[in-house]
Design a protein around this ligand. Structure first.
Ligand SMILES: C[S@@+](CC[C@H](N)C(=O)[O-])C[C@H]1O[C@@H](n2cnc3c(N)ncnc32)[C@H](O)[C@@H]1O
Length: 236
């Protein structure tokens, strides 16, 4: 494979210093978790939403060539030249437009998705739409990665300080947690808090199963604040 913007051999060789079952990440990157996951699986059909310069695409494709997988990547911009490989297909499209994508890549409907990466528009509304649209096409024992679920880097005084990103990242995280709780009979969630955070959802239900609607178990914020105050003054 060829990666236009990344020295993939160097990146992978840094990742390789990982020991089996090691929970530390030398490059401190969620991409290492994606690489680690790819190393343990073979014959995967990957749907990647969001390509830009092709960092995640390169990791997927590098491993796909080794383990007989194929990565289908979608971006609203033209990213068709970021990777060159027979294990990679790119389509310029909105990632929520499933009809257009399925007619471009009928394999997705035929085989189902084994790994879905959601890393396109960073709003909870968009992430929700992508996840609910693609959920029925996810195979049993598939994995959903949602990138950017930890806002810490965007908080006050942090190196990427941005109130808007902080809000968006927090809302995406809240959605992911709420989604997995609402669907706990078919979803198990694991989260990584390195860099901008990564959520990994394991799906145990069969392909075609529909996701349940989000359930709200939040208490009224004023009531919570009142109880907190009572706690503070040692009344409770
Ligand atoms: C954060 S970048 C992707 C980074 C990439 N996954 C990586 O790790 O290198 C987000 C990308 O999503 C694309 N994007 C934004 N909205 C989109 C949409 N509705 N459908 C598909 N792609 C979209 C942008 O054009 C941008 O290239």
């Amino acid at each position: 494979m060829k990666s236009k913007h990344f020295n993939i051999d160097e990146i992978i060789s840094n990742f390789q210093s990982l020991q089996e079952n090691d929970i530390t990440y030398p490059e401190v990157s969620p991409m290492e978790e994606i690489h680690k996951t790819m190393q343990k699986r073979s014959g995967q059909l990957i749907l990647e939403c969001g390509v830009r310069k092709g960092f995640s695409s390169s990791i997927f494709v590098y491993n796909s060539e080794l383990n007989g997988s194929h990565c289908y990547s979608i971006d609203i911009e033209d990213c068709s030249d970021v990777v060159e490989s027979t294990a990679w297909s790119f389509f310029q499209c909105d990632d929520t437009d499933i009809n257009k994508i399925l007619s471009q890549f009928p394999e997705i409907e035929k085989k189902g998705i084994d790994i879905l990466l959601i890393d396109s528009l960073h709003t909870s509304k968009h992430v929700k739409k992508v996840l609910y649209n693609w959920f029925p096409y996810l195979n049993k024992d598939s994995i959903i990665f949602v990138d950017d679920t930890d806002s810490f880097n965007y908080r006050k005084g942090q190196k990427k300080d941005s109130i808007l990103n902080q809000i968006n990242w927090d809302e995406i995280n809240e959605f992911v947690i709420n989604f997995s709780r609402s669907n706990r009979s078919q979803i198990s969630l694991v989260q990584f808090h390195k860099k901008s955070g990564l959520s990994k959802l394991y799906k145990s239900s069969n392909r075609g199963e529909l996701p349940l609607k989000l359930s709200n178990h939040n208490r009224f914020i004023g009531f919570v604040s009142f109880i907190k105050l009572l706690k503070k003054i040692k009344f409770w």
